[in-house]
Design a protein around this ligand. Structure first.
Ligand SMILES: Nc1ncnc2c1ncn2[C@@H]1O[C@H](COP(=O)(O)OP(=O)(O)OP(=O)(O)O)[C@@H](O)[C@H]1O
Length: 266
C-alpha cells in the first residue's frame, strides 16, 4: 500500500539523542505513513531500538520532535501519553508473557487494565484475535506449554487486542527457525490486511523483511538514509545504501523482487 499521499502516523524531526558522550541519534528524520509498513534496518548498535523507544515515548530526545498524528510526544503530560499509547501495539523480541497466566488472560490483560470492556466483550475480542493467530484452542494453556513460535503468536494477539493504529515490532522473529519466521510474517500480513494498522519493524532479517516493507529506512551514523520502497532501496545510487544492500543481499535479480508478492497471495 505505498501511497505518498497517505496521512502521516509518525514523524521524527531532527531528533538528537546522546548517552553520555556517545551521540547515537544525530538529526534523525523519519516519516511513517499511515497504513504502511516501515522497516528500519542497519548494523547492530546503530540505534534502531533507540528510535523505536523514542516513537513509543519511552525515551525523550535531547532535541528535535517526535510527532504522533501531529502531536509532539515530548509536550504531552502523563494522561495524554496514556491516551496516545492506547493506539500502540508492541511486539518485542522477548515476548514477555506472564507465566502464571493462561494464554487467554495474557491476551486479555491490556483490555482489563486499560479499558472498561465487559467480560463478554473481552471474550469476543480475545477469541477473535486467537482465531486470527491460529490459536483458537490454546486459550487455556500456559506459556510454558507453548513453542517459541506460538509464544510470538500470543504476543502478536496481545499487541493487536486493543485495535492499535500503529504496531511496533522489534526483531519479531528472533530465535525462530525459517518456517516459524515465515509463519509470523504470514500472520503479520494477514492481520495488517484485516486490521489496517501502520507498522514499524526493526529487523536484521534482510532481504526477507523487504517482502513485507512498503518503505525501507537504513540507520547509518545516527542518521536515516532511504525510507523508500524496497525496490528503490535495492537500486539506490547512494553508496552507503549500496554497500548495505551488497553486504546483506549480494547481487539483486529481478525474480527476487517479485518474491515480495508471495506474502500477498498466502
Ligand atoms: N539506556 C541506554 N543507556 C546507554 N546507552 C544506551 C542506552 N540505550 C541504548 N544505548 C546505546 O545506544 C546504541 C544503540 O543501541 P540500540 O539498542 O538502539 O542499537 P540497535 O541498532 O537496535 O542494535 P541491535 O541491532 O544490536 O539491536 C548502543 O551503543 C547502545 O549501547
Amino acid at each position: 500500500m505505498s501511497q505518498e499521499n497517505t496521512k502521516i502516523a509518525i514523524e521524527m524531526i531532527d531528533v538528537e539523542r546522546s548517552f553520555g558522550r556517545q551521540q547515537v541519534l544525530k538529526k534523525v528524520n523519519l516519516v511513517v505513513r499511515e497504513g504502511t509498513t516501515t522497516v528500519i534496518v542497519g548494523p547492530s548498535g546503530q540505534g534502531k531500538s533507540v528510535i523505536l523507544k523514542h516513537m513509543l515515548g519511552l525515551m525523550k530526545p535531547d532535541s528535535g520532535q517526535v510527532m504522533v498524528y501531529g502531536q509532539d510526544l515530548s509536550r504531552m503530560n502523563k494522561r495524554q501519553m496514556k491516551e496516545v499509547r492506547k493506539d500502540f501495539g508492541v511486539l518485542f523480541q522477548n515476548v514477555a508473557l506472564f507465566d502464571s497466566m493462561t494464554v487467554f488472560d495474557n491476551v486479555a490483560l491490556p483490555l482489563r487494565e486499560r479499558t472498561d470492556a465487559s467480560e463478554a466483550e473481552i471474550r469476543d475480542n480475545v477469541e477473535e484475535k486467537l482465531r486470527l493467530m491460529d490459536l483458537a484452542d490454546m486459550g487455556g494453556k500456559f506459556p510454558a506449554q507453548l513453542s517459541g513460535g506460538m509464544k510470538k503468536r500470543v504476543g502478536l494477539a496481545r499487541a493487536l487486542v486493543m485495535k492499535p493504529r500503529i504496531v511496533f515490532f522489534d526483531e519479531p522473529t528472533t530465535g525462530l527457525d525459517v518456517s516459524k519466521s515465515n509463519e509470523i510474517y504470514r500472520l503479520f500480513h494477514k492481520t495488517q490486511e484485516k486490521l489496517k494498522y501502520s507498522a514499524v519493524i526493526v529487523s536484521h532479517d534482510v532481504p526477507k523483511i523487504f517482502k513485507l516493507a512498503d518503505y525501507v529506512a537504513l540507520i547509518h551514523d545516527g542518521r536515516i538514509l532511504g525510507n523508500m520502497s524496497p525496490e528503490q532501496f535495492q537500486l539506490s545510487d547512494n553508496p552507503i545504501i549500496r554497500d548495505f544492500v551488497e553486504e546483506t543481499m549480494g547481487p539483486i535479480y529481478s525474480s527476487e523482487r517479485e518474491e515480495r508478492f508471495f506474502y500477498e497471495k498466502v
